[in-house]
Write a protein that binds this ligand. Structure first.
Ligand SMILES: Nc1ncnc2c1ncn2[C@@H]1O[C@H](COP(=O)(O)OP(=O)(O)OP(=O)(O)O)[C@@H](O)[C@H]1O
Ligand SMILES: [Mg+2]
Length: 337
């Protein structure tokens, strides 16, 4: 694995600004603003898998999509293989999209129901002008379809004729056919039966090795991230609160939010080792995020400073970072019960 970053994200922010009706405009109402991703910085090295974890609604998909400019970032910078993505004109963006792909969370919603598998998987080749003839296109589609585990005689079928796992395989074929370097895997197995999840994960790992890919792998499942990721970033309400090598972060989490996530994972080696940390309250709304440290409203360790001042991410050594005012007090929510 190289240490050179393939992808560099600097201070990326994505706010969704609500549309106002005419009546609201006339009444001079302000549009609502969803602060989905706030000031995120991270790097993904060539050949690595960076896991991105956090609860539903914390901004994982928004971050993945803003990196690819599928959702236009509000501010910040994304650099891919030395090229700044955030300022590319539409033609140059199209070129770089060949190299940066996404596998979506929902294999049902992400495939056009009126197109055959051959059309869905062949479309990137057409868009990027990568086939020399109709026969060449068909041959390339067959090659990738067989590699991901479907048969050539299934090419003229429609998405509804396949199971969830097969549909996700089609989504993987579509992402890979343009021979990309980097893939955002946005919870590619969350919608699938547990028995199918492992097959798809193994397929993604094999393809990564064969094709020299780099993944940003989004999941809310810590055991999946622990199995496949090299490093992990933990997201809370649009911000990265902790990041580092997966073993360090999962075995010795330093941020109280990561500790609460870890406490919910059953530890087979030490049953009853850690007390389950129950966070009080729901995830606050990104329409009106808390002041100071965004986690303070649910943090069992919060003190006055946390309510007024946002903590800065600190280097803990070995690439491990966390943002918490109480980092150095060596407090842990994971004390033995
Ligand atoms: N197109 C959009 N317009 C307005 N708000 C949006 C849009 N997409 C997402 N949001 C909001 O942004 C916040 C982050 O959503 P996002 O889908 O990125 O979270 P997530 O971490 O991927 O969640 P999940 O685990 O459920 O997939 C949520 O409050 C969501 O409601
Ligand atoms: Mg999502």
């Amino acid at each position: 694995m190289s240490t050179e970053p393939l992808l560099k994200v600097e201070n990326l922010t994505k706010h969704y600004v609500g549309r106002l009706s005419l009546a609201q405009r006339l009444a001079r109402e302000k549009p609502s603003v969803v602060r989905a991703v706030s000031d995120v910085s991270l790097e993904v090295r060539k050949g690595e898998i960076l896991g991105l974890i956090g609860e539903s609604g914390c901004g994982k998909s928004t971050l993945g999509r803003a990196i690819l400019r599928l959702h236009e970032p509000t501010s910040g910078r994304v650099t891919f293989d030395g090229q700044e993505v955030t300022t590319l004109d539409p033609m140059a963006l199209k070129d770089i999209r060949r190299r940066m792909q996404i596998i979506f969370q929902d294999p049902y919603a992400s495939l056009n129901p009126r197109r055959t598998v051959a059309e869905i998987v062949g479309l990137p080749l057409k868009l990027h002008d990568l086939a020399t003839s109709a026969d060449d296109l068909r041959a390339k589609v067959i090659a990738i379809i067989e590699r991901i585990g479907l048969k050539a005689n299934q090419l003229d079928r429609y998405p509804h004729q396949f199971s969830g796992g097969q549909r996700q395989r089609i989504g993987i074929a579509r992402a890979l056919i343009s021979n990309p370097d980097f893939i955002v895997c946005d919870e590619p197995v969350s919608a699938l039966d547990v028995s199918i999840q492992a097959q798809i994960i193994e397929l993604l790992l094999e393809l990564k090795r064969e094709m020299g890919l780099t993944y940003l792998f989004i999941s809310h499942d810590i055991s999946v991230i622990g199995y496949l990721a090299d490093r992990v970033a933990v997201m809370y309400l649009g911000e990265i609160v902790e990041m580092g090598p997966v073993d360090a972060v999962l075995s010795a989490p330093r941020h109280p939010y990561t500790q609460s996530l870890m406490s919910a994972v059953p530890d087979v080696d030490h049953p009853g080792h850690a007390q389950r940390v129950r966070l009080t309250g729901d995830l606050p709304s990104p329409l009106d995020p808390p002041s100071g440290c965004k986690f303070h409203t649910r943090c069992p360790l919060a003190v006055d400073r946390c309510r007024s001042e946002a903590p800065i991410s600190e280097d803990l050594g070995g690439g491990h970072r966390a943002a918490c005012h109480r980092l150095h007090e060596k407090l842990s929510l994971l004390e033995t019960a």
